[in-house]
Design a protein. Structure first.
Length: 364
C-alpha cells in the first residue's frame, strides 16, 4: 500500500513561484516568516494557562485598550510581537500595519527594507481565549508604492490604502483542535495542517471550493433591532423555513470568531453577515477593512464564494483610513448575491394582519 505524498508549505510556494520565472523568492520567504509567527502563536495558545498568557494585558506590558477601543488580552500583545519580530528582519518588508497598533510599524533602520507591506490582525476572536474556543490570525500582503521601494523611506498610512483586489496574498491561521493555515496567492485557496511531529505545515486541502448554495447562515441575532430592512428581510425568510418564501429550512451559527466562521464556510458552505446597522451611527460597520474584511474576502472569492458590503463588492472598496470599519457579508455565492439584491430592491410592504389590528366591540 502506497501513501499519498503531501507537499509542505515551502514546496507549495515553490510550485506557485514557477508561474513567475523572474521572481526573486522574497515573496515566498516573507510568507514563510508569517507562517513561523503563526506557529509561535499556536504554541502559546496551546499552552494557555500553563504559559500565563490568558487574561487582560497588564499595565507594565501595554495599555489595556487598543486603538480600536477594545480591551486587550495578554495574548493579543504577545501575538502582535511575534508577527513584528519574525518578519521585520528578513529584508522583505517596507512596513507593517496591525489592528493592535495606532500607526504603521516602521522597519528598523538597521534592517534592510523590501518591497512589500504586511497587514494583520494578530489574534482574531481573542474574547474567546478564556473559554478555550477557536481563535486565529489574519494577514494580507500588499506591494509597497514604487516611491517607497525606490527611496526606502518610512511608510505612512496612505501607503496601505489599496483596494482588496490589489492584495498579492492573504491568509489566516486557525488555532483549534489542529492548527491550520489557509492561504491564497491569487491562484485559488489552499489549506495546510500543522504536523506537530515535523513542525511543518502540510498541504491537506489543495483546492478549497465553497458551494454556491447553502442552508446555513451566521449572524449575531442580538443586534436584530438595529438591522437594516434588507438584512432583516433575508434573516426572516431563512427563519421561516420550508413554509416560507425560501421553501427550505436553514440552520443558524454564531461563534464570534471571524476565522472560525470563515473556516466553517470554506469547508462546507454558508453565509456570514456582520452588516452595517444603526447600533452606532458613527461606525459604518464593525469589522476592519484592512485587517479582516479584505483578506477574508480575498480568500473567499479565490475559493469561488463572494464577499460584499451588501451594497458593493468588498474587494473594490478603497480604504480611507488605517483602522476603517465596514459591514461584511461573505460566503456561498448565490446567498450573498441575494442579500445584495435585497439592498437594491424597494422594501416590501408588510401585509397587514387583521388578527392583530386594533379592534373594538362596537361598530363605527
Amino acid at each position: 500500500m502506497t501513501t499519498r505524498r503531501r507537499f509542505t508549505l515551502t514546496q507549495y510556494l515553490i510550485e506557485q513561484r514557477r508561474r513567475f520565472p523572474g521572481a526573486s523568492g522574497d515573496f515566498n520567504a516573507l510568507l514563510l516568516d508569517v507562517a513561523l509567527a503563526c506557529k509561535a502563536i499556536a504554541r502559546s495558545v496551546a499552552f494557555g494557562e500553563l504559559s500565563s498568557v490568558l487574561g487582560h494585558a497588564e499595565p507594565e506590558v501595554t495599555t489595556n485598550v487598543n486603538v480600536q477601543g477594545e480591551e486587550q488580552k495578554r495574548l493579543d500583545v504577545i501575538s502582535n510581537e511575534y508577527f513584528t519580530q519574525m518578519t521585520e528582519w528578513g529584508g522583505h518588508l517596507a512596513g507593517m500595519a496591525s489592528e493592535e497598533m495606532d500607526h504603521p510599524y516602521q522597519i528598523p533602520e538597521a534592517q534592510q527594507r523590501g518591497k512589500y507591506l504586511l497587514v494583520f490582525d494578530p489574534l482574531d476572536g481573542s474574547s474567546n481565549i478564556d473559554v478555550n474556543v477557536t481563535v486565529g490570525s489574519i494577514f494580507s500582503i500588499l506591494r509597497a508604492p514604487q516611491d517607497v521601494i525606490d527611496s526606502g523611506r518610512d511608510v505612512v498610512e496612505t501607503d496601505f490604502f489599496q483596494p482588496g483586489s490589489q492584495q498579492m496574498a492573504a491568509g489566516y491561521a486557525l488555532y483549534g483542535p489542529t492548527t491550520m493555515l489557509v492561504l491564497s496567492v491569487g491562484n485559488g485557496a489552499a489549506g495546510f495542517t500543522l504536523d506537530p511531529n515535523l513542525g511543518q505545515f502540510m498541504l491537506t486541502h489543495p483546492n478549497l471550493q465553497i458551494p454556491a448554495d447553502t442552508q446555513e447562515f451566521a449572524i449575531n441575532a442580538s443586534n436584530s433591532r438595529f438591522w437594516e430592512p434588507p438584512v432583516k428581510r433575508y434573516v426572516d425568510e431563512c427563519l421561516a423555513g420550508k413554509t416560507g418564501p425560501r421553501g427550505k429550512d436553514f440552520n443558524m451559527r454564531w461563534i464570534a470568531s471571524m476565522v472560525a466562521e470563515a473556516h466553517r464556510i470554506l469547508m462546507r458552505g454558508g453565509v456570514f453577515m456582520y452588516p452595517r446597522d444603526t447600533k452606532d451611527p458613527s461606525k459604518p460597520g464593525r469589522l476592519r477593512l484592512l485587517y479582516e474584511a479584505n483578506p477574508i474576502g480575498f480568500i473567499i472569492e479565490q475559493a469561488g464564494g463572494r464577499a460584499s458590503t451588501g451594497r458593493q463588492p468588498m474587494l473594490g472598496v478603497m480604504p480611507t483610513s488605517l483602522h476603517q470599519r465596514i459591514g461584511l457579508v461573505f460566503g456561498s455565492k448565490n446567498e450573498v448575491e441575494r442579500i445584495e439584491r435585497y439592498h437594491t430592491e424597494p422594501v416590501p410592504r408588510e401585509i397587514e394582519n387583521p388578527l392583530f389590528a386594533p379592534r373594538s366591540l362596537f361598530r363605527d
